[in-house]
Ligand binder design. Sequence first.
Ligand code: PMV
Length: 351
Amino acid sequence: MGNTTETTNEIKVKWRCPSNIAIVKYWGKKSVQIPCNPSLSLTLSNSYTEVEVTVSEKTTHEQVELTYYFEGEENQKFGNRVAAYLADNIDSFPYLNMVAVTIQSKNSFPHSAGIASSASAFGAIALAMLDIAYQFEEKEIDDDFYQKASELARLGSGSACRSVFPSYSIWGEVDGIEGTSNEYAVGVHNIHPIFKNYKDAILIVEDEPKKISSTVGHSLMNDHPFAEIRFKQAEKRTKELVDILEEGDIDSFIQICESDALTLHAMMMTSTDYYLLVKPGTITAIEKIMQFRLENLVPVCFTLDAGPNVHVLYPEKYQDVVEEFINTELKDTYKKVIFDHEGEGPQKLSI
Ligand code: PMV
């Protein structure tokens, strides 16, 4: 069974799953975790979650008997969320009726980094739990495995479904792009060399937990005055971005990337219960990036997640000049910076 440790009563697997950053953003959802619009993201490399999952004999009569550790300490709060997720999806993990499960989880990035960890966490959990289901059924890991893992990751946290694939991936049905689905993500395969090993330096402007969760943010799209226009725009942009990634059209990439980040935040600022997540450091960094691009003709751009941190995106061949700019001119805008880049997707690890 490959990298699996097995004693008579115990199966243990270990998976690493990276985080991802959306270029076209998912914002607004229907039941159950169905996106209101398609999204397209870049899978990262250095920002990841690792989970080690052990199944052993049950000691209670609970349907899902889970003990969840985060960085060596039992974490009841996230453990309860994971237990509820496993119970909701018991049909995919039927072995949970018979065995207890222990998850040891850790992130490569500091907790206070303000990086959304649910994408990498649910990516890793779905992969590991499905791997165990496959072992009980004596099935080999194949392409269907990743599709199913993506679907299960989505049910834990929407954006997690894109982390199951390397490089770039799309989640959500796009008219005219075969294979796309609202249920799971699919990889984007024709990528121009300029977009390979694409860099993402994450400027941690603020490291406090955000006051408004993404769940609340998504729900505010339900009666948002601009919702329908936004959903159509995101589908159009996703479609255009697929061609842009293939052709290596970096100017159009920058245009869509920055505009979509600002549109996401504009949606927050214009919902009925409006709110604001950007901070002064966010605005200063954005202005400096745009000015640096104009003055130096370097194709660097920004995107934002649902928070104040700024993702600085640039091609590998401009790495030195952009990193120098980040370390000097942007220095006062952030508390720390994480240098990351396009990654190769999840990995099963040996134990
Ligand atoms: O996956 P969720 O529910 O945390 O939502 C994530 C939404 C954004 O990060 C803002 C955009 C995206 O597509 O990842």
